[in-house]
Write a protein that binds this ligand. Structure first.
Ligand code: 5GP
Length: 183
């Protein structure tokens, strides 16, 4: 879906499809170098990370394994609850593995801090984080985010996997939502 299909619902394109594509290619080159000679397991966080996982994985010119977790954070609102619940756990035993968590967006970082602690307790060799988008508050996180696509302002965004009440995930770009949609 293009922005022109939902013109009235979005105010601005923050990150275009082309910007996403070229940034993911840059991150992929960095990841290839950093994990050279090591097996790599990408862990995607459902449902928001579906698009970034699919595109990043295809950009990587090497073997990777992929697994998924689903955790609840936001519900259908636009503010972080800080409450995390596992809805779907990994299928794989990650002990001794190099794990790269692939995220769509980090806002407060509450979700991710919880997730990284949970994964580290399973005895992996390493756990690193890759996120397409990062909001300003996330800078205060104690967990290091190794790969960041774009730092964006503190606005509610949709598209490229990110939803509002399950809509807009299939938008090709990342856009800000018009307040009329949620007010
Ligand atoms: P955090 O715990 O970092 O505050 O929130 C992370 C989760 O909240 C993300 O994985 C995502 O599901 C949701 N989230 C945070 N900011 C936004 C946003 O601007 N738009 C959408 N659609 N979801 C967001």
């Amino acid at each position: 879906m293009e922005v022109s299909d939902v013109e009235k619902d979005v105010t601005e394109i923050l990150v275009s499809e082309e910007q996403i594509r070229s940034r993911l290619a840059e991150l992929a080159r960095q990841i290839e170098t950093d994990y050279s000679g090591r097996d790599l397991l990408l862990v995607g966080v459902l449902k928001g990370a579906v698009m970034v996982m699919a595109d990043l994985a295809r950009e990587l010119n090497r073997h990777v394994s992929m697994d998924w977790m689903a955790i609840s954070s936001y519900g259908s609102g636009t503010t972080s609850s800080g409450v995390v619940r596992i809805l779907k756990d990994l299928d794989t035993d990650i002990s001794g593995k190099h794990v790269l968590v692939v995220e769509d967006i980090i806002d407060t970082g509450l979700t991710l801090s919880w997730l990284v602690a949970n994964l580290r307790s399973r005895g992996p060799a390493t756990v690193s984080i890759c996120t397409l988008l990062r909001k300003p508050e996330a800078q205060r996180m104690t967990v290091e985010v190794r790969y960041v696509g774009f730092d964006i302002p503190n606005e509610f965004v949709v598209g490229y996997g990110l939803d509002y009440a399950e809509h807009f995930r299939n938008l090709r770009s990342v856009a800000t939502l018009a307040p009329t949609v949620y007010s």
